[in-house]
Design a protein around this ligand. Structure first.
Ligand code: SER
Length: 338
């Protein structure tokens, strides 16, 4: 079988770096793009890196023949609230340009370009904390009323992906419809890596607290102790992307899937941090705007469709996340004694 060529946008971000490593182990030819130069850790995995603003770079990618586009570049939820227009440009314009590329190439070569799009729990939105608590585990199509620019952008791009892969130009109504692109999306919970830190997101309090504690640095958490959302280990996020991209299309009953691993409160994060690093100094200093964002996100996620359609199952529940992934890796990284 010939080597598959893939494009990874946002390759220098948290998911990007981990995904590029995962794809490289699977033998893909990887073209990367990002505003930044590639970090040393993944530079050897990329056969070509295009540095610059994606929105202005997409035209150049018409010369390539990608089998899969992993479109990770985004402005995350907290950052997007302070630069809304810029976030819309990056999150929506960039996605739209790449979807047009995927649609054009699929039609032209008569073979679907796969388009993998990370969406987010930010696509949900609750009217109140009471409603969030009553809702419990949410399914994909419930409470799709995001409160943030980032959430609006993600939800809209999920719809754009469906449009370009099924209804583009109403071509599906032709007697012999052309091949359309193959859009697949995962709504991620908060992600935690032992190797990188997020920037500009709102679930960042989880990873920030743990990384600070591991380094013996004090941390003031910007949400209340009782704040609960779902989180996932980065290796599971990469596993899910690789599994969804490989899933047979006829098995997929949807284009957008929830996935889940474990749900915990900020207070429980603190307890875990204290247990692992007894000197950790974690205080709570909620910031109303960021608190409001997390209060609008679900406590827990129903991922039954992903489990049924493409066999999704996380490797790391909460205990395994701390004991077998995060703590051993972070201790090595910061050389923290046990
Ligand atoms: N983790 C992201 C954020 O906090 C949500 O997908 O913005």
């Amino acid at each position: 079988m010939s080597q598959k060529t893939v494009l990874v946008t946002g390759a220098c971000g948290e998911i990007g770096q981990a995904l590029v490593q995962g794809l490289s182990q699977q033998g893909y030819r990887i073209v990367t793009t990002d505003l930044m130069p590639l970090p040393e850790a993944i530079a050897g995995c990329s056969s070509e890196h295009v540095q610059g603003d994606l929105v202005y770079r997409v035209k150049q990618f018409y010369d390539y023949d990608f089998d899969v586009i992993f479109h990770l570049a985004a402005s995350l939820s907290s950052k997007a609230e302070v630069a809304t227009e810029e976030a819309h440009r990056i999150n929506v314009e960039g996605t739209m340009q790449l979807l047009m590329l995927a649609a054009f190439k699929s039609e032209r070569r008569g073979r679907a370009v796969k388009f993998l799009f990370p969406s987010s729990i930010a696509a949900y939105g609750f009217a109140s904390l009471d409603e969030k608590r009553r809702a419990g585990r949410v399914k994909e199509d419930d409470y799709n009323t995001p409160h943030t620019m980032y959430g609006c952008n993600k939800l809209y791009c999920e719809k754009l992906g469906l449009y370009y892969s099924r209804y583009f130009g109403q071509r599906h109504l032709d007697p012999h419809p052309p091949v359309m692109c193959d859009f697949r999306s995962i709504r991620f919970p908060g992600l935690i890596s032992a190797f990188t830190l997020p920037s500009g997101g709102t679930s960042d309090y989880g990873p920030e607290m743990l990384h600070h504690a591991a380094q013996g640095r004090p941390y003031a958490c910007f949400v209340r102790e009782d704040t609960r959302i779902s989180f996932m280990a980065m290796p599971d996020a990469i596993k899910s992307i690789l599994a969804l991209v490989d899933a047979r299309r006829e098995r997929l009953s949807r284009t957008v899937y929830n996935i889940d691993a474990f749900s915990l409160t900020a207070g429980e994060f603190r307890q875990r941090a204290l247990k692992a690093f007894p000197g950790a100094q974690v205080t709570f200093d909620p910031k109303p705007r960021r608190q409001g964002i997390v209060d609008s996100w679900p406590e827990d996620i129903d991922d039954a469709a992903a489990r049924r359609d493409w066999g999704w199952e996380p490797d790391y529940d909460m205990d395994r996340f701390f004991d077998e992934y995060f703590l051993p890796e972070i201790r090595k990284r910061y050389k923290t004694p046990k």
